[in-house]
Design a protein around this ligand. Structure first.
Ligand code: 13P
Length: 348
């Protein structure tokens, strides 16, 4: 795979009006969400849910790529058509989550290190054969009393960079995801400082490990106050802080930044992305888009509830959120667009 092919894929992943759909919940995470919605936690239920997603009519208009999980990339529609083919036929690039999850970090209470490096080159080759053209590795950084530590930030940044180098070597575009978590009482300013330090460390490591920045996508958190912080800044302030932080720490060679939603309400995830694209459109060297999971899929899951009769309404909800986020990617989202969501919810 030539470097130019990787660069072309990275650009296509953040094409105008498009973003990524993260449907890569691990089985334990997917089961937890199913349990909450009263859906049986079986492989067949997870397959049906993923079929609902990939067969949503018109999704390819708003979604450039879909991040799959190991179980999902091997699954097919009920009629036997592999999900990977369904996605490609819809104009959506298949991708794959390759990390093995964040585990407790030795000697660092309250902190995590992401595992999954063993056998990565072979796994990349297998996923490439299956049709994947990009991959994702997520590191999590918690904010709390005395954390994050330098040890945690450096270890996670190093792992992200080693993964990204192996990924490019195997012909896949790496999504590099260092997620600073929203949990906590900390103010927005603290999230800003931590996010800046994390991103600077990640890009230092990417440089040291010889990762081509032109052929990767960054998937960061937005700069937000902690979930239980009494002061919750308005949309504009979040947009300002986030873009200021990214401008300081993310090199202009990176083609695109695609945010995770991290547990934000879905309207906020759209409104904040929109505000950034409205206000900073001419000042940002990279495309700014979405790579949401919960903020794009949660309403569909809640409507579906595992019932066949609800499939169409759930697909409408997913289509709607994809359309809203695509509009936000262009700076054309309005709160008025949510009226359609209300009518889908009342119809169900
Ligand atoms: P959320 O948008 O739900 O945060 O998920 C994005 C993701 O891919 C987490 O790794």
């Amino acid at each position: 795979m030539s470097m130019q092919a990787l660069i072309d894929t990275a650009k296509a992943m953040v094409a105008d009006g498009k973003g990524l759909l993260a449907m890569d919940e691990s089985n334990p995470t997917c089961n937890k969400r199913f349990e909450k919605a009263g859906i049986p936690q079986t492989e067949d239920a997870r397959r049906s849910y993923r079929e609902l997603i990939v067969t949503t009519p018109g999704l390819g208009e708003f979604v450039s790529g879909a991040i799959l999980y190991d179980e999902t990339i091997r699954q097919s529609r009920k009629d036997g058509t592999p999900f990977v083919k369904v996605l490609i036929d819809a104009g959506i690039i298949p991708g794959i989550k390759v990390d093995a999850g964040a585990k407790d970090m030795a000697a660092h209470p309250g902190e995590k290190i992401t595992e999954g490096m063993d056998g990565l080159p072979d796994r990349f080759n297998g996923y490439f054969q299956m049709g994947a053209r990009f991959a994702k590795w997520r590191a999590v950084i918690a904010i709390g009393n005395g954390i994050p530590s330098r040890g945690c930030i450096e270890a996670n940044a190093h792992a992200l960079a080693r993964y990204a180098a192996l990924c490019q070597e195997a012909g896949l575009v790496p999504i590099v995801e260092p997620e600073v978590l929203m949990d906590g009482e900390h103010p927005l300013k603290r999230c800003f400082e931590v996010t800046e330090e994390v991103l600077r460390t990640v890009f230092n490591q990417l440089y040291t490990q010889r990762v081509a920045l032109e052929a990767m996508i960054l998937k960061p958190n937005m700069v937000l106050p902690g979930l239980t912080c009494p002061k919750q800044e308005a949309v504009e302030e979040v947009a300002d802080a986030t873009v200021r932080c990214l401008l300081r720490a993310v090199p202009a060679a990176v083609p695109g930044i695609a945010f995770l939603s991290g547990g934000q309400p879905y309207e906020s995830a759209s409104a904040r992305l929109n505000a950034m694209n409205v206000k900073f459109k001419t000042r940002m060297p990279w495309a700014l888009t979405f790579s949401y999971s919960r903020a794009i899929l949660q309403p569909a899951l809640e409507i579906w509830k595992g019932k066949k009769t609800q499939t169409e309404a759930a697909q409408q909800a997913l289509h709607h959120r994809a359309r809203c986020n695509s509009a936000a990617r262009r700076g054309r989202y309005t709160a008025g667009m949510e009226k359609d969501m209300e009518s889908i919810i009342t119809k169900k």
